[in-house]
Design a protein around this ligand. Structure first.
Ligand code: DC
Length: 235
């Protein structure tokens, strides 16, 4: 690795899905002009690769070998303001969002061997001028020495409503009570699993976005980064 990566600043944004961390991470990355690590996408990529190659989702050794072969890249889309995910050079962004892939990702993410195999890959994203890392264990396990750690949360009801709205916008109908139940079950699994459970780092700044707009969350995050000398100028 060129230079000393440990001197490159990192901002970690951890929290459950639906807390707004993906949106905030992308906005911060653009504001700072830094790199972005969407670690959830890595677990989804392992899952997608496993589904495509008919690898057994319980075969930890085979999944670890698959991680070693994966060629992953994230690029800013040249026209749309979004990040695209490439697996072996192919844009798989849409495939990663399917429910099948999410369900498989949550299974592979519970395997300690898979988490360990992804550790170096995640740390490899730490490159100048800086990194915004989005996930569940960025501040606790992957970048414990991060410059700023944010833990973004929201009530299960609010996160279900956000998901409901997203699905409606895509023309997909879903029952709100079923979404709340699904989110609560996933929270329970994520917060209570043995390998890297979803918990705020002791030194994380905790933000509850339940009654906040994205702009308000962004403003708080930017002002926090400002106090650490990471923002230059008012914008
Ligand atoms: O954030 P997401 O929905 O794309 O994450 C996909 C899965 O990966 C989800 O089950 C949580 C898990 N995950 C994890 O265990 N650790 C991370 N750092 C990021 C995601």
């Amino acid at each position: 690795m060129a230079g000393d990566a440990s001197t490159v600043p990192v901002v970690t944004i951890d929290g459950p899905s639906g807390s707004g961390k993906g949106t905030i991470s992308r906005l911060l990355m653009e504001r700072l002009g830094w790199h972005l690590l969407d670690s959830g996408a890595l677990y989804r990529l392992v899952a997608l690769d496993a589904l495509r190659t008919a690898t057994d989702l319980d075969d930890e050794a085979a999944l670890v070998a698959l991680v070693g072969r994966m060629d992953v890249d994230f690029r800013l889309h040249p026209r749309r303001a979004e990040v695209v995910t490439l697996l072996d050079g192919e844009d798989v962004s849409m495939d990663l969002r399917t429910e099948d892939c999410a369900a498989a990702a949550s299974r592979v993410a519970a395997l300690q061997g898979v988490r360990a195999a992804l550790l170096d890959m995640q740390r490899g994203f730490r490159r100048p001028p800086g990194l915004v890392a989005d996930g569940r264990d960025m501040g606790t396990t992957v970048f414990p020495d991060a410059t700023v750690k944010i833990f973004l949360d929201a009530s299960a009801q609010e996160r279900a409503q956000r998901r409901h709205k997203q699905l409606r916008e895509k023309g997909i109908s879903a029952s709100l009570p079923a979404l709340v139940a699904e989110i609560e079950a996933r929270d329970d699994r994520d917060r209570n699993r043995a390998a890297s459970p979803l918990v705020p780092a002791a030194d994380a700044y905790r933000l509850d976005s339940t009654r906040m707009s994205i702009d308000e969350v962004l403003e708080q995050a930017v002002s926090l980064l400002g106090t650490k000398g990471l923002m230059h100028g008012p914008k």
